[in-house]
Structure formats: C-alpha cells, structure tokens
Design a protein. Sequence first.
Length: 349
Amino acid sequence: MNAPVIRLTSLAHGGGCGCKLAPSVLQELLADQPAAAPYRQLLVGTETGDDAAVWQVDDNTCIVATTDFFMPVVDDPFDFGRIAATNAISDVYAMGARPIMALAILGMPLDKISIEVVREILKGGASVCASAGIPVAGGHSIDSPEPIYGLAVIGVCRPEQVRRNAGAKPGDAVILTKPIGVGIYSAAIKKGELDGAGYAEMIATTTLLNRIGTELSADPDVHAVTDVTGFGLLGHGLEMARGSNLSLVIEADKVPLLSEAAALAERGFITGASKRNWASYGGSVRLPAGMPDWRRDLLADPQTSGGLLVACAPEKAEATLKRIVAAGYPAAKTVGRAEAGAPEIKVVA
C-alpha cells in the first residue's frame, strides 16, 4: 500500500514571500539596531529597506550580498526549489549586480518529508542557479518543523552601477517588469481552485530571472530599482517613495496582472499577508474614491519572485520599456510616475 502523498503547502502556515513579517513589524524590530554609519565602505545597509547590502571593496568593485528563504508556495518540490532560488537571486539583480555564487539555506521536517522530496527541492534551486551561471557553493541545513528553502547570494558590480530603491527623481516614469497576483494564485492553489493553465502561468513568471536589472544598471537614465516581493506593489513602491523622499503615482488600470488574478481576487482568494500589508502601510496610500477592496488587495498582494520596479528619466521611458520587453519580459508596463511631494503612494484609476 502506497503512503499518502503529503502536500508541501499543507506543512507550512504561510507560503512564499507571504511569510515575510509585516512592514510595520519589521520597522519596529529594526528601530533600535546599531547604525551602520561608522563603516565607510558599507554603501547600502538597512537604512532604506533596500534589497541587498553593498560593500565597496575598492574603486572598481562592490560586493552585493543578500539572503532570502521561505516556506512552500506550491506543492511540487522541484518547482518550489526553482521559485525560491529565482526569488533569492532577484535581490542581487535589483541592486544592479551580477550574481557569482549562492549558498543554500535548508530547513526540513524529515519526519514528514522524504529524502527524495528534499533532493527535488535542492535540484530545482540548483537548476535556476545554473541558468543564472552561478554555483551553489555550500550552505547550511537544519531539521525544522516546517519546510524552508532559499539562498544566500553574492554578486559584484562597479560602484557607479549600484541601483538603490532610493534614487528616484521627480518626473521619473515608473515601470513594472512582471505581472502581479502571485499571492492570489497561491491562495487559490491551497484551496484547489487554480487550474493547470493558471499554475503554468504562475510558474513561468516566478521562475523568470530578473537578470534585466544587471543590464539596466549600466544606464545612467535608470535612477532607482527595487524588486516587488512580499510587501506587494504598494509596499515596495512606498519604500521607493520614502527612500527617494517623493510621491509615487500608480495608475491602477495600467498595472499588469496575471490572467486570472482579478477574477480570483473578486471571488475572495486573498492571502492574510495582503491584509497585514495594508494594515501596515495603508495610512500612506491614497486610493481613488469607490475602489473596491479586492482591487486594493491586488495592489497589496504579496509577490513571490515578483518583477522589478524601475524609475527612469521620463524621456527615456519608452525606449527603456521596449528594451525590457525585448529582453523577455512581455508583461512589462509603465505603471506610474514619481512626483515631488510627501513620501506616499497615490493610486489613480
């Protein structure tokens, strides 16, 4: 008699980047941490909630370092490994760097998951790293009550190529490179309501490497970049607004969506993380009158391995967007603009 198949998502209380602490909780935790100011070579630390740390080694070289891990967002172990690895590497791309190696982070309840399943998770992560041209050079593993997998990733770039979430300028166009709705799809997966086409669409976007970030960093007209993950489009946009000391205007009708995201959101497939996100930063977001809650929840939907949010000079926006689309991001759209004003998000229809 065959043993029952255990769904990976059933072993975790949350999944993907929806596992992240709420933005307000994270701010509270970091509020009294020692300032990194004495370290002259630390170009980017925790000050603006950026995607990775940056250490300048010499006049020509910066080291970019990040770590990212989470619990399963899908049940297929190979796909889980691919998504987690793509998501972790994204932080390096978002800073404008080229990844050079990764270390695996693994926590597994081995009394519930077979060795074969864990191997598939590791194979999925290694396959994405191979696609990015980097080795998994080591790592650390523990026996844990819930399955956890991710990577610590190291990258390199020149100092002038570092792109932060804090460099946007008034007038900049704001481009999003991938569609949103991953959290909504993952909620539908848990309830068995996402069809095969929807699953394939989700895997395609969450395993698409954000390598365009490295290319964009060579363009001086690209002023700021961040990746859109667990805090949703509004949350990561707000980090860019606060870091750049300006307002971002997001045109809701122009935001690219996964094909079934709106319909599923309207039916109530919303993650708890979306609600936590809105509770954390809703006071800094202005919504248009009459916007239904499900549309707001879409904009706060936690993205796992989401796209890049790119602020660039307005006169170069069309050319930059064409370049992004041609590089393999067909859903990319210009979704708004930066304006002088108090750091906040203004959503317009």
